[in-house]
Ligand binder design. Structure first.
Ligand SMILES: NC(=O)c1ccc[n+]([C@@H]2O[C@H](COP(=O)([O-])OP(=O)(O)OC[C@H]3O[C@@H](n4cnc5c(N)ncnc54)[C@H](OP(=O)(O)O)[C@@H]3O)[C@@H](O)[C@H]2O)c1
Length: 241
């Protein structure tokens, strides 16, 4: 088992990519706490983790709410004692032409996708710094690497998340903490279905494809690191192509 004895917290783990990452980690011996806003969905994820014989916690929390995140992370540390891996995966997408985008939609996108990661990292960092160990995996997007029409707020949030990732990777290196970003292309999930209801998703990636990449980052040797990983559907166009 690649993650035997490790602990992780995965945000947005009630469904989609976050759930797949939580289950992939648990399948490798990791104890995994899960969070999202819908208690019923995170309970279901936790039930599957428990069935694998791993410890878990299902804590409802909105990552945009700094106070709620503080309470949630305190509960995780009280249960697990230490946290080895933090996966910032919770995300929000509102795709529409810029002229139609409201200030609330813009703000909510930044609050969830960028400040949400900031809130979770700030809350977990002191305990990682104390141990001089930690892996932080931010689920970003190819929208954080290239412009996509009608996705201004989403692109701004994911470009920001990539900036946060790279800067923090540099800053935390002396403290033994690695910071990574995964930039997936199109994945068939509820977020994508809600944001792009007209699209055919039959050839899109599955959440498990992204979870496989997260597992790679979480288990990379201590000598090596990978800053940003792009994982896209095989039938799509290579980035920059
Ligand atoms: N699907 C794609 O094509 C694609 C591509 C690239 C990147 N991504 C990124 O992948 C991540 C996961 O998205 P997904 O596609 O797996 O979507 P999804 O299936 O809709 O899952 C999103 C998860 O995040 C939770 N969540 C949403 N807002 C939250 C908040 N404010 N606080 C806490 N949890 C929240 C949701 O649960 P609740 O609603 O119950 O809170 C759910 O568990 C996102 O960061 C997204 O930007 C997705």
């Amino acid at each position: 088992m690649l993650l035997e004895g490790k602990t992780a917290l995965v945000t947005g783990a009630g469904r989609g990519i976050g759930k797949a990452i939580a289950l992939a980690f648990a399948s490798q011996g990791c104890d995994v706490a899960v969070t999202a806003r819908t208690q019923e969905q995170i309970e279901a994820t936790a039930g599957e983790i428990r069935a694998m014989g791993r410890r878990t916690l299902a804590l409802a929390c909105d990552v945009a709410d700094a106070e709620g995140v503080r309470a949630m992370t305190e509960a995780v540390l009280a249960e697990f004692n230490v946290l080895d891996i933090l996966v910032n995966n919770a995300g929000y997408a509102c795709f529409k032409p810029f002229a139609e985008l409201t200030a609330e939609e813009w703000q909510r996108t930044l609050d969830v996708n960028l400040t949400g990661a900031f809130n979770c990292i700030q809350a977990m960092l002191p305990s990682m710094r104390e141990r001089s160990f930690g892996r932080i995996i931010n689920v970003s997007s190819v929208a954080g690497l290239k412009p996509i029409a009608d996705q201004t707020a989403y692109c701004a949030s994911k470009f920001g998340l990539n900036g946060l990732t790279k800067t923090l990777a540099l800053e935390l290196r002396p403290h033994g903490i690695r910071v990574h970003a995964i930039c997936p292309g199109a994945v068939a999930t509820q977020l994508a279905r809600d944001a792009m209801p007209q699209r055919d998703m039959s050839e899109w990636m599955t959440p498990e494809d992204v979870a496989h990449t997260a597992l790679f980052l979480a288990t990379q040797s201590d000598r090596a690191t990978t800053d940003v990983v792009v994982v896209r559907r095989f039938g799509g166009v290579p980035l920059g192509g």
